[in-house]
Design a protein around this ligand. Structure first.
Ligand code: SF4
Length: 932
C-alpha cells in the first residue's frame, strides 16, 4: 500500500532543470522519414493538394498497403481529415479494383512454355496441376469478395428515400406491397400516421410486484448476446452477415463525427461509398417512452427487454396478431430498408442526426438500422468509446480482423484508453445501492428462491465490505440509515488523503472472496439494475413520499382545505417538487448501475490496474477508484487483429509515447511502424512564438504552486496583459493552469483595478464552469470581436476551451499560456502511473531517462500544445503565441513544441524586446493581404 496526501490532479509544477533535460523527445531507433512512392494516379483530393497533403496521403496509402501501423501528425488547419479520407479511401477502392483485375487475370488460361525436353514431363504435369489448384482457390476467394461487394452495392441502391417525400399513406402502402409487412396504424389502418399511443410501453414504475421479483433463470440472454447482430432472433435482425473489407474511423465526440462526414461530402468518393455512423441508443432511439428513461444503462436494458416481449395487436381485419418485437419501431424489413437508405452512397451520406430524422419519418429504429448496415459498409464512423471498449465493440458486431482502424484526435489516446477502463464509486453511491438492494431483499425475501436469495446476499456482502474499507467498522451504525451513514465522519483531516492497493490484496483485505464474474453475470442475466430501478420507482424513499403517506391519512375536509391553500403557491411547489423528483430519480437510476460497473472493473487482471481509496471528511464523500494502468492490455486485441491501425492528430508529440505504449507494448515489431510528422501549411512568418520570462518591471515569472499568490508577480502579469490588450488586435485568449489560479488572479485584478484598465481596451470573458454555458460565452465573445469591441477570454489549460474549439483569424490573434500546467506529482494516480512506467522496459528511453518522469513532463507539454493549437487554423491565419514563465526559456523548449512551431519560436530577454517584436509582427501582417 502507498499513501499520498495531495489533492487529485491539481496543477503542480516542478522547477527542475534535470527533469527537462532528461526528457528530450527521443527519435525512434529506426526512423523512416521517407514518404514511399505509391503508384496512385489521383487521390481525388477535392482541391489542388499541398505537398504535405500529398505526402500524408502517400504515407497513409502505403502504410495500409503494407499492412503496417502508422502514427501521423499534421497540424490543425492542414486538411488532416481530408488527407485521411482521401488516402485511406483511395487504398480501399484500389484494393477492391485489384480483386477484380486479379480475378480477370486468373480466368485466362495458363500460358504454356515451349518445353523441348520430354524427360521430366511428369514433374511438369504435377507442377501445372498444383498451379491450377492454387489459381482455382484464389479465384474462388476473389469471387466471394467481388460477389459480396456487388450484392451489397445492389442492396444499397434498393432504397426508398424518394418515397419519403410522398405522403405517409402512399409510402406505407408501398411498403405493404413490397414486403407484405403490416405497418402499425392508428385505427384499422385508416390513418397512415402512426399512433404514438401504440408505441407506449410500460414504465418501470408501473411494473407489478410479480414483474419485479427475480425468478430462477428469469432471463437467460445476456446484454451482449441480445445486442449482437451476429445472432439470430425472431426479428431476423441478428442474422450472421458477411462483412466486406472496411475502414473504421473513430474520433472523440459526436460533433467531430459530423465534421468528418461533412468533409467526406466534399470528395468524389461519396458516390460509391457505403458509410454508416454509429451512436448509442441514447443518440439513435426514437421510442420516446424508452428515451425518457434518460440513463443510458436503463435505455439499453429497456430496449433489450422490449425485444423479448411479443406484443399482440389488432390487424385491420380485427384479428389479433403477434408482432415481432415489443418495440414496434423494430421490424426486420423496415430496418433493413432503412439500413439501405443509410448506405446508399450519394451526397445524402447520413450523419447521426439525418439517420434519426429518417428513422422518425419511416417509424423505423435508426439504432438497429445502423447496426444492420455495419457488415455492408465500407466506412464505419464511430466514437472512441465504442471501438476501444471490448464489450461495446462486440455488442455492435464490429469485426476488426484484416480491416483498417483510423483513430483521429489521438493525442491523448493512451491516457484516454486507461480512463475508459477506470471506474470510480463514491461513498454515497455505495450506500444508496446497498440501501436499495436491502429494501428489495426485505420486501421480497419470502417470495425469492433460495438461489436468488443467496446471490442477493452475496451482493449485499460485497457492498457492505466495500463500504467498510472507507471507514472503521466500529463507527458504522449497525442499522442502515442513509443520512447517518453518509454523514459519518471518517477523517478529521480537511484535505483528502489517498491510499493505493494491489487489486487482489484489496479484495482480500476487504473480505471479498466471492466469484465476481458470477455476480456480474447474475446482475446482467437477471436484469437487477432494471428491477431495482422499477422497485425504487414503485416504492420510493424520500421526504415527498413520506409526506404523501401522511396526507393519505388526513380527512377529506383537511385535503380540500389544503388544496385551496396549495393552489395559491402551486407554481413554487411544482418547481421544488420537480427539482426534488429529478435529483431523486438521478440517484435512483444511477447508484446500482455505478456499483455494477465498478464491480466489473474489479474483474480485470491483477497487473492491469490499482485500487485507490480516497478518504475525505465524511463517508459519503469518500470514494474507491479502480485505476487502469496498462494501456496495452486494452489495445492489444485491436492492434493484433486489424490490418493497420493508424493514429493521427494535430500534435502527436512525443511520438515515442505512442510507439512504446500502444505498439511495442502490444508486441508489434518496430519494422511494422511508420511515422510521419507534417509541417504546417502556414508560412513561418505567420506565427510569432515567444517565451516571456519577465514583465515590464523585470519581475520574473515563475508560476509554481507556491509562487502563484505572489502579488508582485500578479501585478507584473497585470501590466503585461494591459499592454497586450493595446497591441493585439481583436481577440486575445489567455490560458491559466487551473481554475483556482484563474479565479485568484481574476479576483486580484479586480481588487487592484487591472480589470478596469483591460476593459477599457477589450471586453472580458471567462471560461464558464458549466459546459452548457460554453456556447453562450463563445457567441458573445465572437460578437464582441466582430463588433469591433475586441475581447479577452480567460480560459483553463485542459478546460472546455482548450480542445475542439476553433479560434481562427480575429478570434485569437494572440494566445497566452500563463505558467506550466504540470499535473500533481503527489496524486496517487500520477505516483502509480510513473511507478508502473518505470517498471516497464521501454525501448525508446535513453540512458539517464526514466519513463515515469518523461510521462509526467509530456502530460504537461501535451496540454500546452493543445492550448496553443487553438490559433492558426488555416493557411492565411496568423497569430502570436506567448508562453509566460521563465521556465519556457530553457534551451530544450523548442524540442517540446510542435515541429512547425519550433522555427518561429524566440526566447526574449526583456519585455521591451517582446513588445516591439509583437508590434512589428502586427504591422507586417496589416500590410499583407490575408488569404484563406
Ligand atoms: S428497438 Fe430501437 S426504437 Fe425501439 S427501443 Fe430499441 S433502440 Fe429504441
Amino acid at each position: 500500500m502507498t499513501n499520498s496526501t495531495s489533492s487529485k490532479f491539481d496543477d503542480h509544477d516542478v522547477n527542475d532543470d534535470e527533469l527537462l533535460a532528461a526528457c528530450d523527445d527521443v527519435p525512434l531507433k529506426k526512423p523512416d522519414p521517407i514518404v514511399p512512392i505509391v503508384e496512385v494516379a489521383s487521390f481525388e483530393f477535392p482541391f489542388e493538394p499541398y505537398q504535405i497533403q500529398t505526402d500524408f496521403m502517400r504515407g497513409l496509402y502505403s502504410t495500409i498497403q503494407q499492412r503496417k501501423h502508422g502514427i501521423f501528425e499534421s497540424p490543425t488547419g492542414t486538411g488532416k481529415s481530408l488527407s485521411l479520407i482521401c488516402g485511406s479511401l483511395r487504398w480501399l477502392f484500389d484494393e477492391i479494383q485489384s480483386w477484380k483485375d486479379e480475378y480477370e487475370e486468373l480466368l485466362k488460361p495458363i500460358e504454356t512454355k515451349n518445353e523441348t525436353s520430354s524427360g521430366d514431363w511428369l514433374k511438369r504435369l504435377m507442377k501445372r496441376k498444383e498451379e491450377e489448384t492454387a489459381r482455382e482457390k484464389r479465384r474462388e476467394e476473389l469471387k466471394v469478395k467481388i460477389d459480396l461487394e456487388d450484392q451489397y452495392a445492389n442492396a444499397a441502391k434498393n432504397t426508398l428515400t424518394a418515397n419519403i417525400k410522398k405522403t405517409k399513406r402512399d409510402f406505407d402502402a408501398k411498403y405493404r406491397h413490397l414486403f407484405n409487412s403490416e405497418l402499425p396504424s392508428k385505427s384499422d389502418g385508416d390513418d397512415p400516421s402512426l399512433s404514438k399511443d401504440q408505441f407506449k410501453i410500460d414504465n418501470d414504475d408501473e411494473l407489478s410486484d410479480e414483474e419485479l421479483i427475480i425468478k430462477d433463470n428469469d432471463c437467460k440472454i445476456l446484454f451482449d448476446d441480445m445486442d449482437s447482430p451476429t445472432k439470430t432472433d425472431s426479428t431476423g435482425l441478428r442474422e450472421k452477415k458477411v462483412h466486406v473489407q472496411k475502414i473504421f474511423f473513430c474520433t472523440r465526440t459526436h460533433s467531430q463525427i459530423s465534421q468528418f462526414i461533412g468533409e467526406i461530402q466534399k470528395t468524389k468518393y461519396v458516390d460509391q461509398l457505403r458509410l454508416v455512423a454509429l451512436g448509442s441508443r441514447q443518440n439513435l432511439c426514437i421510442n420516446e417512452s424508452v428515451l425518457k428513461l434518460k440513463s443510458l444503462t436503463l435505455i439499453n436494458e429497456k430496449c433489450l427487454d422490449l425485444q423479448k416481449q411479443k406484443k399482440e395487436k389488432k390487424t385491420t381485419k380485427g384479428k389479433r396478431q403477434k408482432t415481432a418485437c415489443g418495440c414496434l419501431f423494430l421490424q426486420h424489413d423496415r430496418v433493413e430498408c432503412l439500413s439501405n437508405d443509410i448506405l446508399k452512397g450519394s451526397s445524402d451520406v447520413q450523419d447521426i442526426e439525418d439517420v434519426v430524422k429518417l428513422g422518425r419519418e419511416l417509424n423505423t429504429c435508426p439504432y438497429y438500422a445502423t447496426r444492420a448496415a455495419i457488415a455492408a459498409a465500407h466506412l464505419v464512423v464511430l466514437p472512441y468509446q465504442t471501438l476501444m471498449h471490448k464489450s461495446t465493440r462486440e455488442a455492435c458486431g464490429i469485426e476488426m480482423r484484416d480491416n483498417v482502424v483510423i483513430i483521429d484526435e489521438a493525442h491523448n489516446l493512451p491516457d484516454a484508453i486507461c480512463a475508459m477502463h477506470s471506474s470510480e464509486i463514491n461513498g454515497n453511491q455505495l450506500i444508496d445501492s446497498y440501501g436499495q438492494l436491502s429494501r428489495y431483499h426485505e420486501k421480497y425475501k419470502a417470495r425469492l428462491t433460495a438461489k436468488n436469495l443467496l446471490a442477493i446476499k452475496q451482493l449485499l456482502d460485497v457492498q457492505i465490505n466495500l463500504i467498510k474499507t472507507l471507514c472503521s467498522q466500529e463507527n458504522l451504525p449497525a442499522v442502515y440509515d442513509t443520512e447517518k451513514w453518509s454523514n459519518l465522519v471518517v477523517s478529521s483531516n480537511k484535505t483528502e488523503t489517498s491510499s493505493t492497493f494491489d487489486l487482489i490484496d484489496y479484495l482480500s483485505d476487504a473480505g471479498v472472496y466471492v466469484n465476481l464474474f458470477q455476480l456480474i453475470d447474475y446482475i446482467k442475466t437477471n436484469e437487477i439494475i432494471k428491477k431495482l430501478h422499477g422497485f425504487m420507482s414503485k416504492y420510493p424513499v424520500n421526504k415527498n413520499q413520506q409526506s404523501e403517506e401522511k396526507k393519505t391519512n388526513e380527512s377529506a375536509l383537511q385535503k380540500l382545505l389544503q388544496k385551496q391553500t396549495q393552489k395559491q403557491s402551486q407554481s413554487n411547489v411544482v418547481d421544488e417538487e420537480q427539482l426534488s423528483k429529478e435529483s431523486t430519480e438521478k440517484r435512483i437510476s444511477n447508484s446500482f448501475a455505478i456499483f455494477a460497473t465498478f464491480l466489473e472493473a474489479l474483474t480485470n487482471p491483477r497487473d492491469d490496474g490499482k485500487i485507490i481509496l480516497i478518504i475525505k471528511e465524511t463517508l459519503g464523500q469518500c470514494s474507491i477508484k479502480y485505476f487502469a494502468l496498462k494501456t496495452s492490455s486494452f489495445f492489444h486485441e485491436m492492434v493484433n487483429e486489424a490490418r493497420s491501425v493508424i493514429v493521427a492528430g494535430g500534435t502527436m508529440r512525443p511520438i515515442n509515447e505512442f510507439i512504446d505504449h500502444l505498439f511495442l507494448a502490444c508486441g508489434q515489431p518496430e519494422e511494422k511502424l511508420f511515422q510521419l510528422s507534417c509541417n504546417h501549411i502556414v508560412p513561418t512568418d505567420n506565427v510569432l512564438a515567444i517565451a516571456l520570462p519577465l514583465g515590464p518591471q523585470n519581475i520574473e515569472f515563475e508560476f509554481t504552486a507556491v509562487n502563484r499568490s505572489n502579488t508582485a508577480m500578479m501585478d507584473e502579469l497585470g501590466r503585461v496583459l494591459v499592454s497586450l490588450c493595446s497591441t493585439i488586435p481583436d481577440g486575445l485568449v489567455v490560458f491559466f493552469c487551473s481554475y483556482d489560479h484563474l479565479q485568484k488572479t481574476y479576483a486580484y485584478f479586480e481588487k487592484t483595478f487591472v480589470l478596469n484598465k483591460i476593459v477599457s481596451k477589450k471586453k472580458i470573458f471567462m471560461e464558464p464552469k458549466r459546459s452548457s454555458d460554453v456556447d453562450t460565452i463563445l457567441t458573445n465573445y465572437t460578437k464582441s470581436i466582430k463588433n469591433g469591441a475586441g475581447g479577452i477570454l480567460f480560459s483553463i489549460v485542459g478546460g472546455k476551451m482548450s480542445e475542439g474549439i476553433n479560434f481562427s483569424d480575429e478570434l485569437a490573434r494572440c494566445v497566452c499560456v500563463v505558467g506550466m500546467p504540470y499535473p500533481n506529482i503527489g496524486s496517487a494516480e500520477m505516483i502509480e502511473k510513473m511507478r508502473y512506467l518505470d517498471s516497464m522496459r521501454l525501448k525508446s528511453t535513453t540512458a539517464g531517462e526514466t519513463a515515469g518522469r518523461a510521462y509526467y513532463e509530456n502530460t504537461c507539454w501535451k496540454a500546452i500544445n493543445q492550448s496553443i493549437g487553438r490559433a492558426i487554423r488555416h493557411r492565411g491565419d496568423y497569430a502570436c503565441l506567448l508562453l509566460i514563465d521563465k521556465r519556457y526559456s530553457k534551451a530544450n523548449i523548442p524540442s517540446k513544441l510542435p515541429h512547425w512551431l519550433a522555427n518561429s519560436f524566440h526566447q526574449m530577454n526583456n519585455f521591451t524586446e517582446t513588445s516591439n517584436a509583437i508590434q512589428q509582427f502586427f504591422v507586417r501582417r496589416s500590410n499583407k493581404p490575408t488569404s484563406s
